[in-house]
Design a protein around this ligand. Structure first.
Ligand code: SF4
Length: 473
């Protein structure tokens, strides 16, 4: 018995005569090639789509787009790695017909064409929709945090900057005192210590530079009217879950078609909280689907009463659980108070009628109270105060209708989870654990578009086949 032996490196072979023979007929790279060939790059907004009459010939933007889509599909996102792939990966050599741009040219293409790259990603969804692959019957929305190119050490708020400034000033004072002590010693006839003097002077100069930097950051925070910023990547925000440390991140949002599993719309937001994003994401999805009504599944993070009411107004039917705050188990819960819409009153557990008695403007809520609390036999189970107050949101009815949809069909939440969470898993796997490589919201959006396009191509090929996905197919 022996092991499988390879062929000798000096063995003369009759290899296939052209690179095309090395690329399988159903390889993803052929889908990428055919997809880009079918795009109107000028209309999408790519620069330099027509060769200049003079000067050195440039690379065709179609080739650069092909390279990036193929790279994101194969977890090669860095311009230097893509440069290497162009000369040693047969698929890349086939795709670019052995053209080998340098890494600066590759990086410049992504940097210069973010909007066009986003448009190309949207063009794939348009193509899938026209090919009948997307129904748009029901969609699910969700968000995930993607790491920005910044260290958590660069996160600073006004409090921390003030603390660091005070500490730096204290250190400067310490070294100035050392210099004074040395001057006194010299005045009393002791030898000067030039080495120490120089070290203290250098330390003071360094601390002064630090102090200036901190002061500039503090001023920048004031000018931008921000509480906290990520210096070096000001578009990112500190984000995290629960009590875990907050990292500089972007919030990537995606809307997935339940039937096909394709991401039909995505965006990158700076807000950590999803609650304000439901309405804009839904409206943008309706535009993609060219429809005037939409059914959306979402998680509790999106249950913002005002946003849900706005969605209802625009024909977007949302199904999501209501996010409730922690409630004391010692007292009656708000759900034990039943609202009567025609009379705009609330019946409490003791059967008393609570009427509107003022507004909570900031929370957009109405207060309901009854004067019967003082005499109530259930008061000890209802409130520790003189009177129980129930706050009902102005848009609470929209929230209640939304929750009723979940109660009517609890499987909707399972559908949501199975639909929208796994694309993020795939995208994070393809993008180094969910890290962007570029800085600034504009560039990050282009990266997200490439990740989504790669995911959609990968996901569409499996059930539908490579032939059906090529515009010529
Ligand atoms: S304390 Fe007031 S609100 Fe609570 S059950 Fe009694 S009457 Fe109703």
């Amino acid at each position: 018995m022996t092991f499988i032996e390879g062929t000798g490196r000096d063995q003369v072979s009759l290899l296939p005569p052209c690179i095309d023979d090395y690329v399988g007929s159903d390889a993803l790279v052929r889908v990428v090639d055919a997809f880009v060939a079918g795009l109107d790059l000028t209309q999408l907004g790519f620069g330099r789509t027509v060769a200049a009459a003079t000067g050195r010939p440039g690379y065709h933007p179609g080739d650069m787009l092909r390279l990036y889509i193929w790279g994101y599909l194969n977890q090669i996102r860095s311009s230097r790695f893509l440069e290497r792939a162009c000369v040693r990966d047969l698929e890349a050599m086939w795709l670019l017909r052995q053209v080998a741009p340098d890494y600066r040219t590759i990086a410049a293409f992504r940097h210069d064409n973010p909007e066009a790259i986003i448009a190309a990603s949207a063009a794939f969804i348009r193509f899938c929709r026209e090919a009948g692959l997307i129904s748009g019957r029901l969609v699910a929305v969700d968000g995930t945090k993607m790491r920005a190119v910044a260290s958590p050490k660069n996160i600073a708020g006004a409090d921390r900057l003030a603390r660091d400034l005070a500490h730096t000033e204290k250190e400067i004072t310490y070294y100035l005192d050392r210099l004074d002590i040395m001057d006194e010693a010299v005045g009393q006839g002791f030898d000067d210590q030039p080495k120490h003097r120089q070290a203290f002077t250098d330390a003071i100069a360094s601390l002064n530079r630090r102090k200036d930097r901190l002061a500039r950051r503090k001023q920048y925070l004031t000018d931008q009217d921000e509480r906290v910023m990520v210096f070096g990547e000001p578009d990112a925000k500190p984000m995290g879950y629960g009590h875990s440390p907050k990292m500089p991140c972007y919030n990537m949002q995606s809307v997935v078609d339940v039937d096909s599993g394709l991401i039909i719309h995505h965006d990158v937001a700076r807000e950590a909280n999803d609650s304000q994003l439901l309405h804009p994401m839904s409206i943008a999805t309706m535009e993609v689907l060219e429809t005037d009504a939409l059914k959306v599944l979402a998680d509790g993070g999106y249950s913002n009463a005002q946003a849900i009411a706005k969605c209802e107004h625009d024909n977007v039917e949302v199904a999501a659980p209501i996010k409730r705050g922690a409630m004391s188990a010692d007292f009656f819960r708000p759900v034990q108070f039943s609202y009567d819409e025609p009379s705009d009153t609330i019946r409490c557990p003791a059967g008393e009628i609570m009427k509107p008695s003022g507004k909570h403007t900031r929370n957009r809520a109405i207060r309901y109270r009854t004067s019967a609390c003082g005499e109530c036999r259930l008061k000890s189970r209802c409130t520790p105060g003189a009177q129980r107050t129930i706050h009902r949101l102005v848009d609470q009815s929209a929230l209640d209708r939304m929750e009723a949809r979940i109660y009517a069909d609890p499987s909707l939440m399972v559908t949501r989870r199975c639909t929208v969470e796994h694309p993020f898993g795939t995208i994070k796997r393809m993008s180094g654990g969910g890290r962007f490589l570029t800085r600034g919201l504009r560039a990050v959006k282009a990266e997200a578009a490439l990740s989504v396009l790669a995911f959609n191509i990968l996901h569409a090929v499996n059930p539908f086949g490579a032939e059906r996905l090529t515009p010529a197919g």
